[in-house]
Design a protein around this ligand. Structure first.
Ligand code: FES
Ligand code: FE
Length: 451
């Protein structure tokens, strides 16, 4: 460890030098660090685990994960959401073996202990005959996490001392609203597509604010689309001149389009014929969005790639850690529920064409993440740090936008801040030691937190 000038204490984990942006590569492959991440980050943070549309009715359930832990997301008979550790309290068998379904109760297939979908233990075979009525049912329900929702997205945390979700998301919500909270009818999630990659989970999170790689990594994929749309080729100059911004709040990294051109949303990768569908929809819905979010956010701010600390990504997507060298990706398609069916179809096809296991852009990206991970496994290569120095000292508060805003669209400010946030979690003994940015944004006309 080394001295932390802010805290006057010795930091156990000091992996980034904020002044030079140098970081230790070991954090992408070290098993001990990974185990500590599971405890101190995934065991504490609010984790995005699902969307309300995946469990729309009473007694619906959806099987998901909090870090490596299997979790049953249920909606009980009263409509309340629960996140239950999928581990029988007897010996630990998984009580649910399906991806989703509808059930009032779950019976463990080992000895038959049976739980209600709110987690409570209902039935144990031989409770009198074998257990002499000595079993304390009340203390043997499925382990339950705290659940809160934001705009239909479901988050859960194991930490009893965690702040509320609203404080956790903080001013990031001001930006997230422009995708997740646009319409009165809310959103629906389709999917997920699931697949495994030999990459550390952080390499993908890192990439969410990386606009620098786009003209290089995605040159050929982008060229296919530019040709199709009759547009000029993607270039570094476009990125360097872009008025777009990126911003950081409480560990959440966001990029957004900052242009007063009121562009239709989600237009990437569509054909000229379908363009009009997007334009018509945008024109028809803008008054509603303005009423909900105010003019600035409805007409000017367009969310780009983003990550919600620690591992929720890019719209609605999860990077689930499966060991230091492996990540399971879950890719969902999120649609505005009241959008025309034809538009939904086009978005669904566009999303699958770009992202997901067979997505054109995805395959460009995962190759980078694999190699960044692999480089970190070499004892020799690890002696030489990663360089995240781009734009050091060129970010700060902005008069119009909440959070810590980078001066340029191309910058590694968000990556540096992510690893500083990572250190805050890894070095803190409890939530009391993890700082939160105060909420400063005005959420004009925005629906507030539910659940
Ligand atoms: Fe579940 Fe025994 S392990 S009933
Ligand atoms: Fe990319």
């Amino acid at each position: 460890g080394r001295k932390n000038p802010d805290m006057g204490t010795t930091r156990k984990h000091a992996v980034i030098d904020p002044a030079t942006g140098k970081i230790d590569r070991g954090i992408f492959s070290d098993r001990a660090i990974y185990d500590e991440e599971m405890e101190k980050i995934f065991g504490r943070a609010w984790l995005m685990i699902g969307h309300e549309s995946l469990v729309p009715g009473p007694d619906d359930y959806f099987h998901t994960y909090m870090g490596e832990d299997p979790v049953i997301l249920t909606r009980d008979g009263q409509g309340r959401l629960h996140a239950l550790l999928n581990m029988c309290r007897h010996r630990g068998n998984r009580v649910v073996r399906c991806d989703d379904g509808n059930a009032k109760r779950f019976m463990c297939a080992y000895h038959g202990w049976t739980y209600r979908n709110d987690g409570s233990l209902e039935h144990v075979p031989g409770k009198s005959e074998a257990y002499y009525d000595a079993l304390d049912f009340a203390s043997l329900g499925l382990i339950e996490a705290h659940v809160e929702t934001y705009a239909g997205l479901i988050f859960a945390t194991w930490a009893k001392d965690a702040p509320g979700l609203e404080a956790y998301l903080g001013d990031a919500r001001w930006y997230l609203d422009t995708v997740f909270n646009r319409r009165d009818g809310g959103m629906q999630a389709l999917g997920p597509t699931k697949w495994l990659e030999p990459a550390n989970w952080k390499t993908m999170v890192d990439n969410c604010s990386d606009n620098y790689h786009v003209p290089t990594s995605h040159l050929s994929s982008a060229a296919v689309q530019s040709r199709f749309l009759g547009r000029p080729r993607l270039s570094h100059d476009d990125q360097f001149r872009s008025p777009n911004k990126h911003v950081f709040v409480n560990g959440h990294a966001i990029t957004f389009r900052d242009a007063d051109d009121n562009q239709p949303r989600y237009m990437h990768g569509v054909s000229t014929e379908t363009m009009r569908l997007f334009e018509d929809y945008h024109r028809a819905t803008t008054p509603e969005v303005e009423r909900r979010l105010g003019t600035l956010r409805a007409r000017r701010v367009q969310l780009g790639n983003h990550s919600i600390f620690p591992n929720g990504i890019l719209g609605f997507r999860l990077a689930l850690p499966r060991g230091p060298l492996k990540t399971e990706f879950w890719h969902f398609v999120l649609l505005e529920r009241d959008a025309p069916e034809e538009l939904k179809r086009v978005i669904r096809i566009g999303s699958q064409a770009n992202n997901g296991a067979a997505g054109m852009f995805e395959q460009d990206d995962v190759d980078n993440w694999r190699q960044v991970t692999e480089a970190s496994t070499s004892r020799f290569a690890r002696r030489h740090k990663q360089d995240l120095s781009m734009g050091v000292g060129h970010a700060g508060p902005h008069p119009d936008y909440p959070g810590l805003v980078s001066e340029r669209y191309i910058s590694e400010n968000n990556q540096r801040l992510f690893y500083m946030r990572w250190e805050q979690f890894m070095n803190a003994d409890s939530w009391a030691g993890i700082p939160l940015d105060p909420i400063r944004a005005r959420f004009d006309g925005t629906a507030t937190m539910r659940g």
